[in-house]
Design a protein around this ligand. Sequence first.
Ligand code: XMP
Length: 516
Amino acid sequence: MTDRLHEQKVLILDFGSQYTQNIARKVRECQVYCEIHPCTIPLDKIVEFNAKGIILSGGPASVLDPSSPLCDPKLFELEVPVLGICYGMQLITQLLGGKVNPSDHREFGRAELMLKEFSHLFEGVRNNSIVWMSHGDRISKLPNDFKSIAFTGNSPLAAIENPIAKIYGLQFHPEVVHTLEGEKILKNFLFKICECSTNWKMESLVEFMIENIRQQVGNEKVICGLSGGVDSSVAAVLIHKAIGDNLYCMFIDNGLLRTGEKEKVEKTFRDNFNINLDVLDASDKFLNKLAGITDPEQKRKSIGNTFIEVFEEEAKRLGNFTFLAQGTLYPDVIESVSFKGPSAVIKSHHNVGGLPEKMNLKLLEPFRELFKDEVRKLGKEMDISDEIINRQPFPGPGLAIRILGNITRDRLDILRAADKIILEEIKKAGLYNDLWQSFAVLLPVKTVGVMGDSRTYENVIAIRAVTSTDGMTADWAHLPYELLGTFSNRIINEVHGVNRVVYDISSKPPGTIEWE
Ligand code: XMP
């Protein structure tokens, strides 16, 4: 895109570091637009990108390994400032004629950075500032015209520069929180060295995106599947601002929703935002098809297929659509372009995959360049309530993957009632926003209990509450005992058919967040 907002962009070349996305998020927090591309991107594309600065990420490989990832060395001749981080710094060294050797002292974790001489990169940074190291190899000879500008106990060359060519290297990671003055260092690179100006601001972004959507869509009609989650909600409001009544939203009640979910979506979108909203009760269809299925993957597939069928039928009834709006985020886009290894399918995630081709629809994905926290900021900018913006994730297959074994209406009622109590109590304790997710699971076993003077033989509810930053890994939440006690008391007293409550204390890995 060649426009005002993308003029000042920074290119991040990905060498496979787990922190590459962190670099991008930090750069954008400094209000500078950036994109991540695989390190193998050809030189003409780099030239075309027209970056104000280039950042080479870290990576798990060693530059000493002949099969390690490379970038085109001609990028150093483009007269664009370059910052190499960790692997990126060692690659700069090797490609520009220096020497890297394996080291006896591997250095991981915290180190104190001692500054040697003035560098724009460290302006305003304290001496002995804490930085986060992670490397095995070490530079033994610098390329010509480079000098060392900082060292640590184990690294005589913790930071290097060629100030004339504006090429810099850091052996530590400025993009992680443990590097206390990392943000200052990145800002120095962006503003003092690359001379970027700030223009990646949410206020201007809303206007810019609205204009883009108008241009892309023209007078055509757009259909958007609403789930009630953050991404599709913010997408719907944004697209509605752009094209008004040419947007139709569809909310499918699959019978697997939590208490009050459908009403909340209707109220928000139809009443508050005045968006065309079609609410379809397809619960019979979904539940009939699920009857008797107990295998988790079969459940997911059945729900996914039914969703496509129902969506297609209803969209045809509503009108003639050219676009399908989706809340695809930047991390999903990078996942598909970066050189990630093949990974095993743990769970078939339910999304609207398959729909666009089947229905011959073009995709409208306004958030393809955004991270989740940016979508949240955008939502706030458009006055979407905190209740929607800060919602915990809820899986597409809904309560079906939280009822182990057979799914029946009775079992759904039990789970809904228990789940409602958990949500109420978590909110009352002020913990809702601290947790990635907190919910109830209905187990396929019965246990013996005693209530009054009688024997009971009833269901077990498990409580799952986790902390996480991205859902990829998670820890079970160390909730106060009193709160766990309240869950148990209320659920057993108020939910008919439950006589036992247990708390799940598994982290991910090895347990996943959802039980199925
Ligand atoms: P797991 O259970 O794999 O879940 O640890 C990680 C995160 O993904 C959510 N999840 C889903 N979200 N469709 C979705 O939209 C799905 O099929 C699905 N399965 C799991 C889960 O709630 C957690 O936040």
